[in-house]
Ligand binder design. Sequence first.
Ligand code: PLP
Length: 377
Amino acid sequence: MIYLDHAATTPVPRAVADTIYTVLTEHFGNPSAQYPMGLETKKQVELWRRTVAKALGCESRQLFFTSCGTEGDNWAIQAACWQNRRLGRHIVTTAVEHSAMLEGCRWMEQQGWEVTYLAPDGEGVITAQQVLDAVRPDTALVSCMLVNNELGTVYPIQDIARGLAGKNSQTLLHTDAVQGFLKIPFSAKTLGADFITISAHKIGGPKGIGALYIGPRVKNPRPLLPGGGQEGGLRSGTEATAQIAGFAKAVELRTEGLEGKLRHMAEIKAYAKEQLSAIPDLVFVGRSDAPHILSVSLVGWPSQNIVNDLGSQGICISAGSACHQGKPSQVVAALHLPKKTAGSVVRLSFGPETTREDIDACVQALRRHHDTRMPML
Ligand code: PLP
C-alpha cells in the first residue's frame, strides 16, 4: 500500500502501539484512585502532559486533554464566547476552516450570534489585515486555523494576535493547529493565540485524543464537561490514560530529529510537484506553505473517480478533506475555481515515512488515469 493521506490520519508506529497496550493491560489504574497504582497513573498522566506541553511550547497547566481536535475547536468557541458574552455576540472566522469549526460557528449562529466568514483569495490566502478589518468592538472571538488541511496554506496567526491587541484587546484568539502541530515550527508562547487546538492522530498518535491550550488571558475558562473534576475541573471524565500515553509517545518520537523530518517532507513535496507538472491537464491548487500537503486538479477528471481508481491500486489519496466524503469541500468552493477544476481536486499529503518511490507510483497512476479514462466534467 502507498499511503499519501497523512493529513487525514497517520500510521501509528509500533512503539506507540506498544505503549498503549502496556498502559491498557498493566498500568490500568484510575488516576483518581488513592492506592499506589492510581497515584502512579496520575503521576504518569502529568509526565505525559508535560511531554505534549513542551512540544507545544506551553506550561503543563495550560494544556487540557480532549477526545479529539473537533472537541478542542468546539470547546474553544464555547469558552471564548462565554468569557466575552457581555462584550458582544460576534465571531470572526474563515470560510476555509475545518468543519469542526464551521459547524461549531453555525451552532452559535442558531443561538443568535453573528459570524463573519472571511473569504480567501483564489490561492487560499487570508491576510492578517483582512482578519483585523473584520474585528468590531463586539467581536468576542477570532478563530483562524494555522495550516489549512486541504491546501497547506499557513495563516499569519502571530500577526493577527499582534494586530488584535490594538484593535480590540478583549477579543480572544483561537487557532486550530491540528495540521500545524509538529508540521511547521511554532510555539504557544510566541504565537499569541489564547486557544490552540491539536490532535494526536495527525502525528502518529492514536485517534480519540487531542488537547486544547488555554492561555492566561482566559479567566475562569468555562468547563466543557462538569463532573468529577479531572483536567483541572474543566473537562471531567476519567482520563483516557492509554491514549494520552500514546499521544505523548508519538510526540516524543516525532520530535526526535524533527527538523530533518520536516526537511524530508518538504523535499518530497518539491519532488512531487516536479513530477506532477509533467501530467497534462494537471494544475496545482492553492498556496501550499506547509511541507506535508499538496492539492492538485486533474482538470476534467472527477476527483472521486481518481480516488477510487488509485485506491483500487493500493494508493491512498483523498478528494479534499476526508471529513467531507461525498460532499463538495468548502475549502475548494471558497477558492471560486472554474467548475471543471473544482470538481477534479485531489489532495496528496506526506509523512516522514513517504519515499520518492511512493510519489513515482502515485504520479504514474495519475498519468494512467488521465491517459486511459475519458474526462467527464
Ligand atoms: N481541524 C483540522 C484542521 C483538521 O484537519 C481536522 C481533522 O482532519 C480536525 C480539526 C479534526 O480533528 P479530529 O479528527 O481529531 O477531530
